[in-house]
Design a protein around this ligand. Sequence first.
Ligand code: G3I
Length: 399
Amino acid sequence: MDRILCPLAALSIALGFSLASSQTATSLRDAATRAGLNFGAAVSGQSVGSGGNAAYKQIVSGEYNTAVCENDMKWQSTEPSRGQFSYAGGDRVVDFAAANTMKMRGHTLVWHSQAGWVGNFAGTREEMLLAMKNHIDNVVGHYKGKILEWDVVNEAVADGSTDLRNSFWRQRIGADFIDSAFVYAHRADPAALLVYNDYGAEDMGTKSNGVYNLVKRMKENRIPINGVGLQSHFSGSSIRKADIDKNIKRLAELGLRVSITELDIVDASLSTAPWSDLMDVCMANANCTAFITWGVYDAMSWRSNGGSCNCLIFDAQMRAKGIRAALLASMAAADPAIAERRKSFGMETSRIRIAPGLSAHAVGAGSGRYPTPFLTFGGGALIDIQGRRLEQRPFLPDP
Ligand code: G3I
């Protein structure tokens, strides 16, 4: 035995790597777990349920330690008609994740798209807030303790702008719909990590400045937010690595986690460079806690349009591309000290003290007459975010 091991050890030293590090390259899942990274893919209840393809399920459980529903937890799926909740698809994914000791991301609670009936709901501001609160209470409550991190609000910043998108949420509630959504989600599952998720805000630019300003203000106002999701739907054979790094670092300064939430890179050249560049950036930052691809293999991607998009780690026949080896190499080279910090970065959940017996209807940023962030309550009290009662009436006027 010694005779076999010694020459092997000598050879590995000569080649500049240890036996231990060569053992890390068994699967993407193993490499990610060692790097403290939540490495995942978007799936559907149908694809991982009892009728799903066995080879596909083997890839999902073997290569990933995290799962997210591509569509099954969206409003349209979970509350298809007002007050009627349906969890079949999401439950299948949660069950699959639990059976395979995988973590779950939740996607998504408040979005202007795939919103079903609520997109056409013509209620007052108060009714709209209650509809949003009821949805969040039910969905987050149903999955309480099972979701590591929720995409609470999705895509609220306008393209090419630092301003919010003029969505039906903003029109009917006001810009503070975002704050309210986070407060409701926090109250429904105080242990869940809460994330603002958007696209086109990965590197430095106008929209990412808008996202940065938004989450900075939320942090300053003690709104319970733990992280930012950078969707990362890219095209081409390169990414703006230095600017993505800069963006992730400025979010770290706010104490925020960053999740790469919906990665796919449409690139006919099949270059591995943008993939390893993005993973290298993630590995260099302890607050880059998740790296999630939007789908598992090319034929199932939303970007494939019935063909094959060359956009994911596995090809149309579910065979691993060179991207897999590139990601393994990048993760294997990760600094163990950063990996250790990554495991718990930004996991402290905010404490919002709310007077017993009262239920929050809305939360505002604080301005003018009410300079501190505030919560309004149906019972007639206006309470600041530290739980101090400001006054009984009148209620906060609508914006
Ligand atoms: O479920 C119905 C099915 O019953 C029906 O037969 C079929 C006919 O077209 O449609 C099915 O619904 C489709 C659904 O995907 C599930 O496959 C919708 O039409 C289709 O619009 C929907 O597309 C999803 C898209 O979000 C909706 O905007 C994509 O799968 C999903 O990948 C995509 O994901 C979004 C993220 O949530 C947010 N960020 C952008 C990302 C890409 O658009």
